[in-house]
Design a protein around this ligand. Structure first.
Ligand code: GLY
Ligand code: MN
Ligand code: MN
Length: 539
């Protein structure tokens, strides 16, 4: 029997379909709003030179083994500019308004993966074109399968900017319009040379620039880049130019520079400029990620005992992260007891008993894209030994002094310099090194990097400004068999906090997690409900 669908049912169906594009109320409601991403695109547009376009690609889907992929994580730049969290997508932002064949004006285009009922049954909902328009507020949105026929004339732009391509993008052979295809089609449309080297082309541009601007010393810049990148020495034009003895020879070589309008380099600097200063919306999410991570440290401080394993400690942190709705860890969790803590990025976390060691715990929850980076180092049995405390308190003192240099117009290197002076002086006083100026590997890293969507976040690493967030993470690591009294062996301490630069000074965003040795001991004396968790013994 043929059903007659009443008008109200059709209306209901339309409304239901539209509303089903919206995130339902039983999922987090505190995602970055579409207006945030729109404003970030507007800000990028301001940095673009006239008659140019910036092109971004979504992150690749990466294979774990056989038919299992790694959990998908969007490229942070793509997420920042769109909020789109699915793969196989591409974004274009134009410096000026464009007009299509129908006379419609647009300034950005987004290509996304199409709706596909069968695939969605297996791998989850896709927003599709209409969903993206609805949720992310973009107007010119198309299926990624349409890009191949898109009549965008890239040759008319003075510059086509994009970020370096990674060589681990797999062709999903039975899927049209996947990332592999989008990149291949893009390269074809922009006449991408097979031997394209973004850095070399940036230096070619510098050569061109030096013709008009005599203050640009292209030869010297080329020589310094060639010191850092061996491949640039193989470029004949650059090498000849850098070694030319006179201006006339340089002018002749400059004529050989290929004229292409693509640039896979400069967009990096523009994205650094945007992302290094956080907006209020970003700070809200970053604060949440950091507070979650601090609570993880607090819960572990209460629960830890010498019979625990490194994995168990990791599990408590990550349980707390999930309890608060953090989707990911911003980097693999580091839980190293004793000598394991001396490996700076130790992620095996497979020691089965902490015993009476110091335990270095460097973990960061990622909440809606923003990651914390917090380290605490605590004694497994709740009480620092004399030697552990001496090292711990020295790192603490270095960190306290380093904080004082987290100021507007200071540099990201300044906190590290003061921390190193204090640590060297302290190591000498403890008899671990013979001289403050002695070269040693007990503090082999800097103290600070920017933090945001990436744990080592984008920045041009210029002067500090309000709204920037950096880490301050001094450490001392004394591996077994070091050339010092063996009472120090196997002691590794890092204390890491996340610092917001403010108009008036700085704010320690991770201060909720105790740092002072006495405060840590006091908290560790408390008990945790987790101590009551008893699971059956398994063979
Ligand atoms: N957790 C990585 C770092 O501290 O830089
Ligand atoms: Mn860090
Ligand atoms: Mn860290």
């Amino acid at each position: 029997m043929r059903a007659i669908v009443p008008y109200t049912a059709v209306l209901f169906l339309i409304l239901f379909t539209i509303s089903s594009f919206r995130l339902s109320n039983d999922t987090p409601q505190d995602h970055l709003p579409a207006a945030f991403h729109q404003e970030r695109r507007n800000q990028l547009r301001k940095l673009l030179p006239p008659n140019s376009v910036a092109v971004f690609f979504a992150n690749a889907v990466r294979n774990r083994a056989n038919d299992v992929e790694y959990i998908y994580h969007q490229d942070p730049d793509f997420y920042y500019l769109t909020g789109y969290q699915e793969p196989h997508a591409m974004l274009m932002i134009f410096s000026e308004d464009q007009k299509n064949a129908q006379g419609e004006v647009y300034k950005e285009l987004l290509y996304v993966q199409p709706k596909d009922a069968l695939r969605e049954m297996w791998t989850g909902k896709r927003q599709g074109v209409e969903g993206v328009k609805q949720n992310l507020g973009m107007k010119q949105v198309f299926n990624n399968t349409d890009f191949t026929d898109a009549s965008i004339d890239f040759t008319k732009f003075n510059k086509v900017f994009f970020l370096p391509f990674h060589n681990d993008v797999r062709d999903e052979e039975n899927i049209k319009g996947d990332l592999y295809d989008l990149i291949a089609q893009f390269k074809q449309k922009v006449n991408y040379p097979a031997d394209y080297n973004a850095e070399a082309h940036q230096l070619y541009e510098l050569i061109q620039q030096s013709k008009a601007d005599k203050s640009v010393n292209a030869a010297q810049t080329i020589r310094s880049y060639q010191q850092m990148n061996e491949r640039l020495k193989e470029d004949k034009i650059l090498s000849d130019y850098a070694q030319a003895q006179d201006e006339k020879t340089r002018e002749e070589i400059a004529k050989q520079v290929p004229q292409i309008n693509i640039n896979g380099y400069a967009l990096d600097g523009m994205m650094n400029t945007l992302r290094e200063v956080k907006t209020q919306e970003e700070l809200k999410l970053l604060r949440k990620a950091i507070n979650i991570s601090a609570v993880g440290q607090i819960e572990v401080m209460k629960a830890m005992h010498p019979g625990m394993s490194e994995k168990e400690v990791q599990g408590i942190h990550e349980f707390v992260f999930r309890k608060y709705g953090a989707e990911f860890e911003g980097y693999p969790s580091i839980v190293g007891a004793g000598n394991n803590g001396c490996v700076l990025h130790y992620i095996e976390n497979n020691k089965t008993k902490l015993e009476n060691d110091l335990v270095l715990m460097d973990l960061g929850a990622e909440y809606h894209g923003y990651t914390a980076d917090v380290t605490r180092t605590i004694p497994a049995n709740g009480k620092f030994t004399k030697e552990q405390k001496a090292i711990y308190d020295l790192v603490y003192k270095a960190q306290e002094e380093a904080f004082k240099l987290c100021l507007t117009d200071s540099s990201v290197q300044a906190p590290g310099r003061v921390a190193r002076q204090i640590i060297n002086k302290g190591l000498k006083e403890l008899g671990i090194i013979a001289d403050e100026n002695e070269r040693h590997l007990y503090f082999p890293h800097g103290t600070s990097h920017h933090l945001g969507l990436d744990v080592h976040d984008r920045s041009n690493y210029g002067a500090l400004k309000p709204g920037m967030v950096i880490t301050v993470e001094p450490g001392i690591y004394i591996p077994d068999s070091s050339k010092c009294d063996k009472k120090w062996w196997g002691i590794a301490v890092r204390i890491e906090d996340d610092i917001l630069i403010t108009e008036k000074g700085y704010e320690n965003l991770s201060k909720m997690a105790p740092r002072k040795s006495e405060e840590i001991e006091a908290l560790m004396a408390k008990s945790s409900v987790l101590n009551k968790l008893a699971l059956p013994k398994l063979d």
